[in-house]
Design a binder for this molecule. Structure first.
Ligand code: DQA
Length: 143
């Protein structure tokens, strides 16, 4: 099973960024943990992070017909990134939405996601474990 994990704006700053909300692990530490977990589940995982919506759209388009599932934390673009929604719809990629923080216990503008309704599901509030929870679910789909 091939999985693409995309992280959006400011997630390259994990570790330094509001650690009381997002935890103290860097994105590199999180990705290393995910990679180890993925190996156990025999998954091929690719990682991508960008602060730019267009680069994220390009990466989603490149994944067309090449990966089985997309796991995405679009960061702030979650709340207004219609271009990302359209890219997911255009490529028909089966997608899981992940957030480190519980977006529903925060400001009201974070309650709205422009991709939730086109995703298989959404994991929010379990920190970096959320990515592994998504992988765990996907590995349960394997025969
Ligand atoms: C986030 C939540 C978003 O509201 C925020 O803009 C982020 C991170 C999360 O993982 O909790 O950048 O997606």
């Amino acid at each position: 099973m091939k999985i693409l994990i995309i992280n959006g704006p400011n997630l390259n700053f994990l570790g330094k960024r509001e650690p009381e909300i997002y935890g103290s692990k860097t994105l590199e530490m999180i990705n290393n943990e995910i990679e180890l977990f993925g190996k156990k589940c025999k998954m091929e995982i690719e990682f991508f992070q960008s602060n730019h919506e267009g680069f994220i759209i390009d990466r989603i388009q490149q994944a067309y017909d090449k990966i089985d599932y997309l796991i995405i934390n679009p960061g702030a673009l979650t709340h207004y990134g219609i271009g990302i929604r359209d890219a997911i719809l255009s490529t028909n990629l089966k997608t899981i939405e992940v957030h480190l923080s519980n977006v529903y216990s925060r400001e009201e503008f974070r309650h709205k996601s422009v991709i939730s309704d086109i995703c298989i599901g959404k994991i929010t509030g379990f920190g970096s474990e959320g990515y592994k929870m998504a992988l765990q679910y996907l590995s349960s789909l394997k025969k």
